[in-house]
Write a protein that binds this ligand. Sequence first.
Ligand code: 13P
Length: 248
Amino acid sequence: MRKKLIAGNWKSNGSLERNADLLDSIVGAKALGSVDVVVCPPFPYLPSVGDAVSGSKVELGAQNCSATEEGAYTGEVSARMCADVKCSWVILGHSERRALFAESDDVIACKVKRAIDSGLKPILCIGETLEERESGRAEEVALKQLDAVFLSVQPDESWVVAYEPVWAIGTGKTASPNDAQSMHKALRDNIRKHFPQIADKIRILYGGSVKSSNAKELFSMPDVDGALVGGASLVSEEFVSIIEAAVE
Ligand code: 13P
């Protein structure tokens, strides 16, 4: 039985004041304990958010880390630094990083390697564009993105995969529960082919316009193990309702 995981990707949003309000409700959520919860604020807020969640069951994640070692890389934030400020997780390969910051599968694999070497657990994002879905290539694209990392860095069961169809991110369009299930099953079957020992243990999250009104139905699918939430993770009642929807 896989425990559900709900991760909030705050993207480039937040302020000290807004974060404090949001976290007050999240750390008080009754479902903590039966559901794993991770919040991923922007880099500058990691220490203060880490302080706010310490002693609670909410875990801290970064939204990215560098593919480089530490050194003369102006503006880069290394995986070790994220671990140093108490991150347990790091989101890697998000479609916004792939599309807007030209991150290739090779760069993402390199970041995953740095993350695990620093003791961080990766939340690896994969997913197809609308054009790729409409041309019938959704599975092929997602499996290729998965294999690019899994076959170059040996995964373990603590890793998390987030299937986030690009056309569903921030658009209000969600994959239907059946479409999500069918992709998640294809991903798990592919993992089973190469790494049978972890296939039934690794969690596969869905992401893309998840909100309190669609969460329960998505979570009822056998291979949907939780959600990576963008917009709705910034609204405390919404995020707490999504966490509650994940209680078995
Ligand atoms: P939305 O929930 O805003 O669609 O964003 C999803 C996402 O990109 C999470 O990483």
